[in-house]
Design a protein around this ligand. Structure first.
Ligand SMILES: *Cc1c(COP(=O)(O)O)cnc(C)c1O
Length: 364
C-alpha cells in the first residue's frame, strides 16, 4: 500500500439527516465525499475528503461522451453493539480493478482505497442509520475527465466515493417478485463488458426493464446474447435455482457479473452441505424441471436486497409459479444468515466482516 495521507476538509455545515422511516434508495448523500485524481505522468494522486458538493467538469470530458467509467456498490452496517461493519469490501475493490482493466482505466491501490473508504465512513458515521435493516450504501466510481472528444482511453480520471443512507429493502418482509424472461433485448454478450461493473451495461438494460414494468413485472431474466437460450442474470442480480435438492447458478462465462453476494451464497450453501452446481443453464431445462415439479426455489442475489425470491417466471406465454409464489426455505435461510452476519447478529465463520474503527481509519 502506498503511503498516502488523505487530506480532510471538513464540511462547515452538517446537513439534516432523513428520518429512518422515510429513507429511500440513493437520493440523499452524506456531508463528505472522497476524491482522488489521476493524470499522466503523476498517476493517482491527491487523495482527499471534502464536503459533498457538485463537481466542475469540462463538458468535453470523455466520460460524458463514450462512457468510460466504472462503479462499485457496498454497504456499512451498524451492529446492535454500535460496531460498524463492512461486508467483504476487498472483493469490491478487486472487482473495481477488474472493471478498470476491461475499460482501460489505470488500476487503483486496493488496500489504500479500502482504508480511505473506512476513513470516509468513520467521518460520516452519524449518517449510518441504526433501524433494523437500514444501512449506509457506499458508491465508489471512476470517471474519465480528460477534455477530449476523440475515442481513446482518457489520460485523466477522478475516483470518487459517495455515501447514501438507505432504508430496509424489505419493509414488510421478503416478498417474491414476478419476472419476465427477456426474449428480444440482451444485456451484454461474451467478449462485451458484462463482467465489468460499468454504466453502459445499465444503460443497455433500461429498455427491457421499462417494457417489462409496463406489463406488471418487476424485472427481466436475461438470456445469453448469442443463442438466447442460456440463463445469465435477473435484472442486475445474479440468479439461483433449487432443483431437486441441488442449487444451480449459471457458471461465470465472460458476460455474467461476478457478484460478491453470489460468491457468498455459494460458500454458505457448501458450508451447509447443500450441493451447488455452477454450469450453463438452459431456459428449456428450467421449464422441464418446472413441468417435472422439481423446480423448488428461485432467487436473485445482490448487495441491495441480498436475496430476492422469484415467485413467478413468465416465458413465451407460459407462467411458472415457483414454490406457490412464496419465499422458499433456502432463500429465507440464506437471507437470515447473510444479513445476520452483516449486522453482527450471527457468527461469521468465513471472516467476512471488516470493522471500521477509529484506529483502523485515521492515520495519526
Ligand atoms: C452489482 C451487480 C450484481 C451483484 O453484485 P453484488 O456484488 O452481489 O452486489 C449482479 N449483476 C450485475 C449486473 C451487477 O451490476
Amino acid at each position: 500500500m502506498e503511503e498516502w495521507t488523505v487530506k480532510v476538509n471538513h464540511s462547515a455545515v452538517k446537513k439534516e439527516k432523513p428520518k429512518t422511516d422515510q429513507l429511500e434508495f440513493g437520493r440523499v448523500f452524506t456531508d463528505h465525499m472522497f476524491i482522488m485524481d489521476y493524470s499522466v505522468p503523476l498517476g493517482w494522486h491527491d487523495p482527499r475528503i471534502v464536503p459533498y458538493e457538485p463537481l466542475t467538469i469540462d463538458p468535453s470530458a470523455m466520460t460524458f461522451h463514450y462512457g468510460q467509467s466504472v462503479f462499485e456498490g457496498l454497504k456499512a452496517y451498524y451492529t446492535p453493539e454500535g460496531d460498524i461493519h463492512l461486508f467483504r469490501p476487498e472483493k469490491n475493490l478487486q472487482r473495481l480493478n477488474r472493471s478498470n482493466d476491461r475499460l482501460c482505466i489505470p488500476p487503483i491501490d486496493e488496500a489504500f482505497i479500502l482504508q480511505a473508504i473506512k476513513q470516509l465512513v468513520y467521518l460520516d458515521k452519524e449518517w449510518i442509520p441504526t433501524a433494523e435493516g437500514t444501512s449506509l450504501y457506499i458508491r465508489p466510481f471512476i470517471i474519465s475527465t480528460e477534455p477530449f472528444i476523440g475515442v481513446a482511453p482518457s489520460h485523466q480520471y477522478k475516483l470518487i466515493v459517495i455515501l447514501s443512507p438507505v432504508g430496509a429493502y424489505y419493509k414488510e418482509g421478503i416478498n417474491p417478485v414476478k419476472i419476465a424472461v427477456e426474449n428480444q433485448y440482451v444485456r451484454t454478450v461474451k467478449g462485451g463488458t458484462g463482467e465489468a461493473k460499468t454504466g453502459g451495461n445499465y444503460a443497455a438494460s433500461l429498455k427491457a426493464q421499462e417494457l417489462c414494468a409496463q406489463k406488471g413485472f418487476t424485472q427481466v431474466l436475461w438470456l445469453d446474447g448469442l443463442e438466447k437460450k442460456y440463463i445469465e442474470e435477473v435484472g442486475s442480480m445474479n440468479v439461483f435455482f433449487k432443483i431437486n435438492g441441488k442449487v444451480y447458478t449459471p457458471a461465470l462465462n465472460g458476460s455474467i457479473l461476478e457478484g460478491v453476494t453470489r460468491n457468498s451464497v455459494i460458500q454458505m450453501l457448501q458450508y451447509w452441505n447443500i450441493p451447488v452446481i455452477e454450469e450453463k443453464l438452459a431456459i428449456d431445462d428450467l421449464y422441464q424441471a418446472y413441468l417435472d415439479e422439481t423446480l423448488e426455489e428461485a432467487f436473485g442475489t445482490g448487495t441491495a436486497a441480498v436475496i430476492s425470491p422469484i415467485g413467478q417466471l413468465s416465458w413465451e406465454n407460459k407462467d411458472l409459479y415457483i414454490n406457490e409464489g412464496k419465499t422458499g426455505k433456502i432463500s429465507k435461510a440464506l437471507y437470515d444468515t447473510l444479513t445476520g452476519i452483516q449486522y453482527g447478529r450471527e457468527k461469521d465463520p468465513f471472516d467476512w466482516i471488516e470493522k471500521v474503527t477509529k484506529k483502523n481509519t485515521v492515520k495519526q
